[in-house]
Design a protein around this ligand. Structure first.
Ligand code: GLA
Length: 363
Protein backbone atom coordinates (compact mmCIF):
# COMPACT_ATOMS: atom_id res chain seq x y z
CA UNK A 1 0.00 0.00 0.00
CA UNK A 2 1.31 3.37 -0.92
CA UNK A 3 0.51 6.21 1.33
CA UNK A 4 0.43 9.79 0.22
CA UNK A 5 -1.90 12.71 0.24
CA UNK A 6 -3.72 14.68 -2.37
CA UNK A 7 -3.81 18.35 -1.59
CA UNK A 8 -6.16 20.83 -3.14
CA UNK A 9 -5.56 24.41 -2.24
CA UNK A 10 -8.96 26.03 -2.08
CA UNK A 11 -9.17 29.69 -2.84
CA UNK A 12 -11.87 32.29 -3.24
CA UNK A 13 -14.25 31.62 -6.07
CA UNK A 14 -12.37 34.08 -8.24
CA UNK A 15 -11.30 33.47 -11.79
CA UNK A 16 -7.72 32.36 -12.02
CA UNK A 17 -7.56 31.47 -8.39
CA UNK A 18 -7.72 27.73 -8.86
CA UNK A 19 -4.44 26.32 -7.71
CA UNK A 20 -3.07 22.90 -7.33
CA UNK A 21 -0.46 22.15 -4.79
CA UNK A 22 -1.09 18.46 -5.11
CA UNK A 23 0.46 15.57 -3.25
CA UNK A 24 -1.33 12.36 -4.03
CA UNK A 25 -1.64 9.32 -2.01
CA UNK A 26 -3.05 6.13 -2.72
CA UNK A 27 -4.15 3.68 -0.32
CA UNK A 28 -5.46 1.76 -3.21
CA UNK A 29 -8.37 3.99 -4.01
CA UNK A 30 -8.48 5.71 -0.64
CA UNK A 31 -7.29 9.26 -0.71
CA UNK A 32 -7.12 12.25 1.55
CA UNK A 33 -7.74 15.76 0.24
CA UNK A 34 -6.48 18.89 1.94
CA UNK A 35 -8.37 22.12 1.32
CA UNK A 36 -6.80 25.37 2.44
CA UNK A 37 -8.27 28.84 2.13
CA UNK A 38 -6.75 32.33 2.11
CA UNK A 39 -7.08 32.62 5.90
CA UNK A 40 -5.01 29.51 6.49
CA UNK A 41 -8.01 27.39 7.47
CA UNK A 42 -7.36 23.76 6.58
CA UNK A 43 -9.94 21.01 6.07
CA UNK A 44 -9.02 17.41 5.34
CA UNK A 45 -11.40 14.95 3.78
CA UNK A 46 -11.05 11.31 2.81
CA UNK A 47 -13.17 9.39 0.35
CA UNK A 48 -13.39 6.55 2.89
CA UNK A 49 -16.83 7.28 4.30
CA UNK A 50 -16.74 10.79 2.75
CA UNK A 51 -15.17 11.68 6.08
CA UNK A 52 -13.97 15.07 7.32
CA UNK A 53 -10.79 14.08 9.14
CA UNK A 54 -9.56 17.49 10.23
CA UNK A 55 -10.74 21.11 10.57
CA UNK A 56 -7.96 23.50 11.54
CA UNK A 57 -9.21 26.97 12.44
CA UNK A 58 -7.85 29.97 14.37
CA UNK A 59 -8.92 31.09 17.82
CA UNK A 60 -9.47 34.78 18.61
CA UNK A 61 -5.69 35.31 18.86
CA UNK A 62 -4.93 33.53 15.62
CA UNK A 63 -3.73 30.27 17.20
CA UNK A 64 -4.70 27.32 15.06
CA UNK A 65 -6.23 24.10 16.40
CA UNK A 66 -7.93 21.08 14.95
CA UNK A 67 -11.52 21.16 16.21
CA UNK A 68 -12.69 17.86 14.68
CA UNK A 69 -12.24 14.57 16.52
CA UNK A 70 -10.73 11.71 14.54
CA UNK A 71 -7.76 9.44 13.97
CA UNK A 72 -4.29 10.33 12.75
CA UNK A 73 -4.54 8.25 9.59
CA UNK A 74 -7.16 6.82 7.30
CA UNK A 75 -6.24 3.35 8.61
CA UNK A 76 -7.51 4.52 11.99
CA UNK A 77 -10.99 4.99 10.54
CA UNK A 78 -10.91 1.67 8.72
CA UNK A 79 -9.62 -0.37 11.65
CA UNK A 80 -11.42 1.36 14.51
CA UNK A 81 -12.71 -1.17 16.99
CA UNK A 82 -15.56 0.98 17.99
CA UNK A 83 -16.91 3.16 15.26
CA UNK A 84 -18.40 6.40 16.45
CA UNK A 85 -18.81 7.71 12.86
CA UNK A 86 -16.17 10.43 13.35
CA UNK A 87 -16.56 13.03 10.57
CA UNK A 88 -18.35 10.67 8.18
CA UNK A 89 -21.41 10.99 5.99
CA UNK A 90 -24.00 8.67 7.51
CA UNK A 91 -26.80 7.05 5.52
CA UNK A 92 -28.68 5.88 3.48
CA UNK A 93 -30.78 6.85 6.50
CA UNK A 94 -28.79 8.82 9.04
CA UNK A 95 -30.20 8.31 12.56
CA UNK A 96 -32.62 5.58 13.62
CA UNK A 97 -35.44 3.63 12.01
CA UNK A 98 -37.57 1.68 14.49
CA UNK A 99 -36.93 -2.07 14.29
CA UNK A 100 -35.32 -1.49 10.88
CA UNK A 101 -38.69 -1.59 9.15
CA UNK A 102 -40.65 0.78 6.97
CA UNK A 103 -43.06 0.61 4.05
CA UNK A 104 -43.35 2.52 0.80
CA UNK A 105 -46.50 2.16 -1.31
CA UNK A 106 -47.52 -0.92 0.67
CA UNK A 107 -44.23 -2.80 0.32
CA UNK A 108 -42.43 -3.46 3.58
CA UNK A 109 -38.64 -3.25 3.70
CA UNK A 110 -36.42 -4.73 6.35
CA UNK A 111 -33.06 -3.21 7.18
CA UNK A 112 -30.11 -4.33 9.28
CA UNK A 113 -30.73 -3.86 13.00
CA UNK A 114 -27.35 -2.64 14.20
CA UNK A 115 -28.43 -0.63 17.26
CA UNK A 116 -30.25 -2.98 19.58
CA UNK A 117 -33.48 -3.81 17.78
CA UNK A 118 -33.24 -0.67 15.65
CA UNK A 119 -31.47 0.49 12.51
CA UNK A 120 -28.86 3.25 12.86
CA UNK A 121 -26.91 5.31 10.31
CA UNK A 122 -27.44 3.04 7.31
CA UNK A 123 -26.72 -0.33 8.89
CA UNK A 124 -23.67 -2.57 9.08
CA UNK A 125 -21.97 -1.13 5.99
CA UNK A 126 -23.40 2.36 5.88
CA UNK A 127 -22.00 5.20 3.78
CA UNK A 128 -19.40 5.87 6.48
CA UNK A 129 -17.68 2.53 5.73
CA UNK A 130 -17.55 2.52 1.94
CA UNK A 131 -15.06 4.04 -0.48
CA UNK A 132 -16.52 6.89 -2.53
CA UNK A 133 -15.30 7.98 -5.97
CA UNK A 134 -13.48 11.27 -5.77
CA UNK A 135 -13.12 14.17 -8.16
CA UNK A 136 -11.35 17.45 -7.47
CA UNK A 137 -13.62 20.43 -8.17
CA UNK A 138 -13.07 24.17 -7.80
CA UNK A 139 -12.26 24.86 -4.15
CA UNK A 140 -13.06 21.35 -3.06
CA UNK A 141 -13.83 17.75 -3.77
CA UNK A 142 -16.88 15.91 -5.05
CA UNK A 143 -17.39 12.40 -3.67
CA UNK A 144 -19.83 10.01 -5.30
CA UNK A 145 -21.23 6.63 -4.35
CA UNK A 146 -23.67 4.24 -5.97
CA UNK A 147 -25.63 2.42 -3.27
CA UNK A 148 -27.04 -0.69 -4.89
CA UNK A 149 -30.65 -1.81 -4.85
CA UNK A 150 -30.99 -4.04 -1.77
CA UNK A 151 -27.81 -2.77 -0.07
CA UNK A 152 -28.41 -2.97 3.70
CA UNK A 153 -32.04 -3.74 2.79
CA UNK A 154 -32.87 -0.41 1.12
CA UNK A 155 -34.74 -0.38 -2.21
CA UNK A 156 -33.38 1.34 -5.32
CA UNK A 157 -30.02 2.04 -6.87
CA UNK A 158 -29.18 5.36 -5.26
CA UNK A 159 -26.67 7.63 -7.01
CA UNK A 160 -25.39 9.98 -4.35
CA UNK A 161 -22.77 12.68 -4.20
CA UNK A 162 -21.52 15.11 -1.62
CA UNK A 163 -19.47 18.08 -2.71
CA UNK A 164 -17.34 19.66 -0.03
CA UNK A 165 -16.00 23.14 -0.69
CA UNK A 166 -14.10 25.54 1.53
CA UNK A 167 -14.75 29.27 1.12
CA UNK A 168 -12.70 32.25 2.18
CA UNK A 169 -15.45 33.04 4.70
CA UNK A 170 -14.27 29.96 6.62
CA UNK A 171 -17.29 27.93 5.55
CA UNK A 172 -17.33 24.22 4.80
CA UNK A 173 -20.16 23.85 2.30
CA UNK A 174 -21.63 20.34 2.04
CA UNK A 175 -23.88 19.86 -0.96
CA UNK A 176 -25.66 16.50 -1.23
CA UNK A 177 -27.38 15.33 -4.43
CA UNK A 178 -29.05 12.00 -5.19
CA UNK A 179 -31.35 10.20 -7.58
CA UNK A 180 -32.88 6.73 -7.46
CA UNK A 181 -34.42 4.21 -9.87
CA UNK A 182 -36.97 2.92 -7.30
CA UNK A 183 -38.79 4.71 -4.48
CA UNK A 184 -36.52 4.71 -1.43
CA UNK A 185 -35.80 6.71 1.72
CA UNK A 186 -32.80 8.99 2.16
CA UNK A 187 -31.57 11.13 5.06
CA UNK A 188 -27.85 11.79 4.87
CA UNK A 189 -25.87 14.02 7.19
CA UNK A 190 -22.35 14.73 8.32
CA UNK A 191 -21.29 13.26 11.66
CA UNK A 192 -18.33 15.44 12.64
CA UNK A 193 -17.61 15.62 16.37
CA UNK A 194 -16.54 19.13 17.37
CA UNK A 195 -14.60 20.40 20.32
CA UNK A 196 -13.94 24.09 19.67
CA UNK A 197 -11.16 24.18 22.28
CA UNK A 198 -9.33 21.67 20.07
CA UNK A 199 -9.85 17.93 19.72
CA UNK A 200 -8.60 16.05 22.75
CA UNK A 201 -9.79 18.78 25.15
CA UNK A 202 -11.64 17.42 28.15
CA UNK A 203 -15.26 18.34 27.60
CA UNK A 204 -17.83 20.08 25.46
CA UNK A 205 -20.04 20.83 28.46
CA UNK A 206 -18.41 24.27 28.75
CA UNK A 207 -19.46 25.19 25.20
CA UNK A 208 -22.36 27.59 24.76
CA UNK A 209 -25.01 26.34 22.38
CA UNK A 210 -27.97 27.98 20.74
CA UNK A 211 -30.49 25.97 18.70
CA UNK A 212 -33.19 27.80 16.77
CA UNK A 213 -35.91 25.34 17.66
CA UNK A 214 -38.89 25.37 19.97
CA UNK A 215 -39.85 21.73 19.47
CA UNK A 216 -38.25 18.30 19.82
CA UNK A 217 -39.26 14.75 18.99
CA UNK A 218 -39.19 12.92 22.38
CA UNK A 219 -37.82 9.38 22.31
CA UNK A 220 -38.21 6.05 24.08
CA UNK A 221 -35.34 4.21 25.79
CA UNK A 222 -34.09 3.00 22.37
CA UNK A 223 -33.91 6.66 21.22
CA UNK A 224 -36.80 6.09 18.80
CA UNK A 225 -39.28 9.00 18.57
CA UNK A 226 -42.57 8.31 20.27
CA UNK A 227 -44.38 10.34 17.59
CA UNK A 228 -45.10 13.14 20.04
CA UNK A 229 -43.86 16.69 19.37
CA UNK A 230 -42.79 18.48 22.56
CA UNK A 231 -42.36 22.15 23.38
CA UNK A 232 -38.92 23.00 24.80
CA UNK A 233 -40.23 25.73 27.13
CA UNK A 234 -39.13 25.12 30.71
CA UNK A 235 -37.15 21.97 29.84
CA UNK A 236 -33.41 21.16 29.51
CA UNK A 237 -34.03 21.22 25.74
CA UNK A 238 -34.59 24.96 25.55
CA UNK A 239 -31.54 26.33 23.72
CA UNK A 240 -33.40 29.19 22.04
CA UNK A 241 -31.15 31.58 23.90
CA UNK A 242 -27.46 30.61 24.24
CA UNK A 243 -26.90 28.17 27.13
CA UNK A 244 -23.93 26.30 28.53
CA UNK A 245 -24.39 22.66 27.55
CA UNK A 246 -23.37 21.44 31.02
CA UNK A 247 -26.10 23.44 32.73
CA UNK A 248 -28.87 20.86 32.28
CA UNK A 249 -27.00 17.89 30.79
CA UNK A 250 -27.60 15.79 33.91
CA UNK A 251 -31.00 17.24 34.81
CA UNK A 252 -33.57 15.05 36.48
CA UNK A 253 -35.60 14.59 33.32
CA UNK A 254 -36.75 11.36 31.66
CA UNK A 255 -35.60 12.39 28.18
CA UNK A 256 -32.16 13.34 29.50
CA UNK A 257 -31.96 9.95 31.24
CA UNK A 258 -32.65 8.18 27.97
CA UNK A 259 -29.78 10.06 26.21
CA UNK A 260 -28.10 9.74 28.67
CA UNK A 261 -27.55 13.44 28.26
CA UNK A 262 -28.25 15.17 24.96
CA UNK A 263 -28.93 12.87 22.02
CA UNK A 264 -32.13 14.29 20.60
CA UNK A 265 -33.69 15.81 17.56
CA UNK A 266 -34.86 19.42 17.44
CA UNK A 267 -37.39 20.57 14.83
CA UNK A 268 -36.07 23.87 13.56
CA UNK A 269 -38.13 27.06 13.71
CA UNK A 270 -37.86 27.77 10.02
CA UNK A 271 -39.09 30.78 8.07
CA UNK A 272 -39.09 28.98 4.72
CA UNK A 273 -37.21 26.19 3.01
CA UNK A 274 -33.94 27.95 2.12
CA UNK A 275 -30.62 28.16 3.97
CA UNK A 276 -31.23 29.23 7.58
CA UNK A 277 -29.16 29.34 10.72
CA UNK A 278 -29.97 26.24 12.76
CA UNK A 279 -27.45 26.35 15.61
CA UNK A 280 -24.54 28.37 16.97
CA UNK A 281 -21.82 26.89 19.13
CA UNK A 282 -19.34 29.06 21.05
CA UNK A 283 -16.32 28.12 23.14
CA UNK A 284 -15.55 31.04 25.48
CA UNK A 285 -11.84 30.40 26.16
CA UNK A 286 -10.74 30.20 22.53
CA UNK A 287 -13.49 32.48 21.23
CA UNK A 288 -14.18 30.03 18.39
CA UNK A 289 -17.70 30.05 16.97
CA UNK A 290 -19.38 27.48 14.74
CA UNK A 291 -22.60 28.30 12.93
CA UNK A 292 -24.61 25.51 11.32
CA UNK A 293 -26.68 26.73 8.38
CA UNK A 294 -28.99 24.36 6.55
CA UNK A 295 -31.97 23.64 4.34
CA UNK A 296 -32.90 20.63 6.49
CA UNK A 297 -35.96 20.72 8.79
CA UNK A 298 -34.30 19.31 11.93
CA UNK A 299 -31.02 18.81 13.78
CA UNK A 300 -29.72 16.04 16.03
CA UNK A 301 -27.57 17.37 18.85
CA UNK A 302 -25.52 14.47 20.20
CA UNK A 303 -23.34 15.35 23.17
CA UNK A 304 -20.76 12.55 22.95
CA UNK A 305 -22.42 10.41 25.63
CA UNK A 306 -20.97 7.21 24.18
CA UNK A 307 -17.36 8.44 24.21
CA UNK A 308 -15.72 6.84 27.21
CA UNK A 309 -11.99 7.49 27.00
CA UNK A 310 -11.15 4.24 25.21
CA UNK A 311 -10.54 5.79 21.81
CA UNK A 312 -7.23 7.58 21.39
CA UNK A 313 -7.48 10.47 18.99
CA UNK A 314 -5.16 11.89 16.36
CA UNK A 315 -2.97 13.79 18.82
CA UNK A 316 -2.61 10.87 21.22
CA UNK A 317 -5.22 12.03 23.71
CA UNK A 318 -8.07 9.85 24.88
CA UNK A 319 -11.49 11.02 23.82
CA UNK A 320 -13.26 11.32 27.14
CA UNK A 321 -16.94 11.18 28.00
CA UNK A 322 -18.69 14.12 26.36
CA UNK A 323 -15.49 15.54 24.86
CA UNK A 324 -17.01 15.99 21.39
CA UNK A 325 -20.44 16.88 20.06
CA UNK A 326 -22.29 16.48 16.78
CA UNK A 327 -24.79 18.83 15.17
CA UNK A 328 -26.35 16.63 12.50
CA UNK A 329 -28.74 18.43 10.16
CA UNK A 330 -31.39 16.05 8.91
CA UNK A 331 -35.01 14.96 8.91
CA UNK A 332 -36.19 13.61 12.24
CA UNK A 333 -35.33 10.03 13.16
CA UNK A 334 -37.82 7.37 12.13
CA UNK A 335 -39.57 9.73 9.70
CA UNK A 336 -40.39 6.77 7.39
CA UNK A 337 -42.71 5.50 10.16
CA UNK A 338 -44.19 8.92 10.87
CA UNK A 339 -45.84 9.74 7.54
CA UNK A 340 -47.24 13.05 8.78
CA UNK A 341 -43.68 14.41 9.20
CA UNK A 342 -41.68 15.93 6.29
CA UNK A 343 -41.09 13.06 3.89
CA UNK A 344 -37.78 11.27 3.41
CA UNK A 345 -39.04 9.33 0.39
CA UNK A 346 -37.18 9.87 -2.87
CA UNK A 347 -38.85 8.64 -6.06
CA UNK A 348 -37.51 8.05 -9.56
CA UNK A 349 -37.47 11.33 -11.46
CA UNK A 350 -37.04 13.38 -8.26
CA UNK A 351 -33.77 14.91 -7.12
CA UNK A 352 -32.55 14.94 -3.55
CA UNK A 353 -30.65 18.20 -3.21
CA UNK A 354 -29.71 19.65 0.13
CA UNK A 355 -26.94 21.83 1.52
CA UNK A 356 -25.53 22.40 4.99
CA UNK A 357 -22.72 24.78 5.94
CA UNK A 358 -20.36 24.73 8.91
CA UNK A 359 -19.17 28.34 9.25
CA UNK A 360 -16.32 29.23 11.61
CA UNK A 361 -15.46 32.59 13.15
CA UNK A 362 -14.31 34.02 16.49
CA UNK A 363 -15.57 36.55 18.98
C1 GLA B 1 -25.70 9.50 16.69
C2 GLA B 1 -26.74 8.99 17.56
C3 GLA B 1 -26.13 8.56 18.84
C4 GLA B 1 -24.96 7.65 18.63
C5 GLA B 1 -23.97 8.30 17.71
C6 GLA B 1 -22.84 7.40 17.37
O1 GLA B 1 -25.57 10.77 16.55
O2 GLA B 1 -27.79 9.89 17.76
O3 GLA B 1 -27.10 7.93 19.62
O4 GLA B 1 -25.39 6.44 18.08
O5 GLA B 1 -24.58 8.68 16.53
O6 GLA B 1 -22.18 6.91 18.49
Amino acid sequence: MKNSILTVIACAALAGCMSSDVKVSDFDSIREFTLKNDNGMVVKITNYGATITSIIVPDRDGNMADVALGYDSVEGYINAIDRPYFGAVVGRYGNRIAKGKFSIDGTEYELATNNGENHLHGGNMGFDKVVWDAEVVEDGVKLSYLAKDGEEGYPGNLKLSVTYTLTDDNEIVMHYEATTDKATVINVTNHTYFNLAGEGSDTINDHILQINASKTTPVDEGLIPTGEIADVTGTPFDFRTPKEIGKDVDADNQQIKYGPGYDHNWILDRKGDGMELAATLYEPKSGRVLEVITEEPAIQFYGGNFLDGRLIGKSGKAYKYRSGLCLETQHSPDSPNNPEWPTTILRPGQKYDTTTIYKFSTK
